[in-house]
Ligand binder design. Structure first.
Ligand SMILES: *Cc1c(COP(=O)(O)O)cnc(C)c1O
Length: 374
């Protein structure tokens, strides 16, 4: 009996995204082995964090790296470092920040729910811009003596109206304000591991358990040496704001194995499978009376990955989009797809294995039959 079966938990075919609620991603080859080996000995954890950080920094062409317990923890720790640096008295006071720098600038058109991780360190978010974008003047006007940092939550390709990262960096750096990028889900492409910092960001954050396929409770903070050093002072095992965001020796060795795998593996092979999967889903619904399928681009966080969008004619189908989502989830095997806009479903190949594709197609065809009796 399998480990999940024994617990009455059904494995899911995930054609949605690298979602934490579905388990994030599959461990890359070599990660479980590295974790198992790491679990066999005691080590100096601080020294291991430094050694793993140095190696990941080298591999990703960055000055320094800190491994956090996920991108969300990375947001809290980097904010703590921007507020309190390495000052021991300030470190102990967090998250109470009266009379410290406690404002963080964010752009309203890129707001995501994860900015709670920033607020957790004790700051107030200062939202600038509009859904159309942010101007240079709006950024300059928002900066005060209390500004601790500016955060960017990019959605992949820079959008129209968005203040270019370089322009934001120039304005902020002239005033001594660090610029932090949350690119948690923005892999692929591999080059994002170094491009944001090369373009001037002081730090960029990635999830270890999404595109990197490392342990779920890991994340990378890549960037300037001084900032990473300050993060180390706030992070575990030190008993301060990061103590509840523990990363074990197993995760540290696991994420290093994942980064090595990720940088070595062939992205063009992934891309070929993604195109094949999208084409097969589109073909399966070519002549369907109530579903029209098309390839869309890019993926949910702006990654260069195609998806299929299925537009449902709910009246003809005799089922609403949400009823289809529920039926897919409750059927056997359970299938998760993305909730698109309006009456659409998004089928994402990023989290699929080739052998799951025929099963996925079968389940989609089952649940998207025209129910003539309705
Ligand atoms: C997924 C995500 C996070 C959280 O990442 P974890 O590694 O699960 O903590 C934070 N920010 C953004 C933009 C994300 O997509």
């Amino acid at each position: 009996m399998g480990i999940y079966e024994e617990l009455g938990i059904r494995p899911v075919i995930n054609a949605n995204a690298t979602l934490t609620r579905l388990g994030g991603s599959r461990l890359a080859p070599g990660v479980a082995e590295a974790m198992a080996e790491a679990g066999q000995s005691f080590v100096d954890l601080r020294a291991l964090q430094r050694a793993v950080g140095a190696e990941i920094a080298r591999l990703t062409h960055n000055e320094a790296c800190y491994v956090s317990s996920g991108a969300a923890a990375g947001l809290t720790l980097v904010t703590a470092a921007c507020i309190a640096g390495t000052d021991p008295e300030r470190r102990e006071r967090l998250p109470f920040t009266a009379d410290l720098k406690n404002e963080v600038i964010i752009h309203s058109h890129t707001r995501v729910q994860y900015d709670f991780g920033v607020r957790m360190a004790g700051v107030r978010l200062v939202e600038i811009g509009s859904p159309a974008g942010t101007s240079t003047n709006e950024l300059i006007a928002a900066i005060t003596p209390r500004t601790a940092a500016m955060f960017f939550f990019p959605r992949g390709q820079e959008e129209r109206g968005e203040l270019p990262l370089e322009a934001a960096v120039e304005i902020c750096h002239a005033r001594g304000i660090p610029v932090i990028v949350d690119a948690a889900a923005q892999l692929p492409p591999k080059s994002n591991l170094w491009s944001f910092t090369q373009r001037g960001a002081d730090a960029v954050i990635f999830s270890g358990g999404k595109g990197l396929r490392g342990p779920q409770p890991t994340g990378l903070i890549l960037g300037k040496r001084e900032l990473i050093e300050a993060i180390t002072h706030h992070g575990p095992p030190n008993p301060f704001i990061g103590r509840g965001m523990k990363v074990g020796k197993e995760e540290l060795c696991g994420i290093l194995a994942a980064v090595r795998w990720y940088l070595d593996h062939d992205e063009t092979q992934d891309a070929a499978f993604y195109e094949l999967a999208v084409a097969e889903v589109v073909r399966a619904f070519e002549a369907h009376p109530a579903v029209s399928a098309r390839r869309i681009w890019p993926c949910e966080a702006g990654q260069p990955i195609p998806r299929t969008e299925l537009l449902l004619d709910e009246a003809r189908l005799g089922r609403t989009r949400d009823e289809v989502l529920t039926a897919l989830r409750n059927g056997e095997p359970s299938v998760e797809v993305g909730e698109g806009l309006g009456a659409t479903l998004w089928i994402n190949p990023q989290t699929l294995e080739p052998q799951e594709l025929p099963l996925l197609l079968e389940r989609l065809e089952q649940e998207l039959q025209v129910l003539s009796h309705k």
